[in-house]
Design a protein around this ligand. Structure first.
Ligand code: 4NP
Length: 151
């Protein structure tokens, strides 16, 4: 059976594109369908931020072909798991839920891991090294999530 996982952040240009790229690589795109979206409409149709593309490329992951899109209620119905980056994404996604079943699909991506932060910090307005930290956190979180999920 195919499991559908959606990575969600605010703009869908910094954090969730990296998370999508990492998860695709970890799963070899097998048995899983991985996608990403943002709760905001600021960057619809644009490629990931150049700093996200660069940090992913440093780890042999090409995310340059991704295009930002906005999260919809239909996504929450269609995907099995919605993994969000922070509390703001969490409350925005929960606000779109039509039922308890939908609500139960949504969790913070950090929840399955033992990383030392409760959420993935937004690197957009920060220094470039924020993207390296985001990459490491997301790599850890994705590995932990898969380990728990496939156990
Ligand atoms: P993301 O980062 O949610 O990780 O994609 C952001 C991207 C853009 C903006 C904020 C956060 N923005 O305000 O345009």
């Amino acid at each position: 059976m195919t499991t559908k996982v959606l990575m969600v952040c605010l703009g869908n240009i910094c954090r969730s594109p990296i998370a999508e790229g990492i998860m695709r690589k970890l799963t070899n795109d097998q048995d899983f369908i991985i996608d990403s979206a943002g709760t905001a409409n600021y960057h619809i149709g644009t490629a990931p931020d150049y700093r996200s593309i660069a940090i992913a490329a440093l780890h042999d992951i090409d995310i340059s072909g991704q295009k930002a899109r906005q999260l919809t209620p239909a996504d929450i119905d269609a995907f099995d798991h919605i993994l969000v980056m922070d509390e703001e994404n969490l409350s925005n996604a929960i606000a779109m839920c039509a039922s308890e079943k939908h609500r139960d699909k949504i969790s913070l991506i950090t929840a399955a891991s033992e990383v030392d932060t409760p959420y993935i910090p937004d690197p957009y307005y920060g220094e470039d090294d924020g993207f390296a930290r985001v990459y490491e956190l997301l790599h850890d979180c994705c590995k932990s999530w898969l380990k728990k999920y496939t156990k």
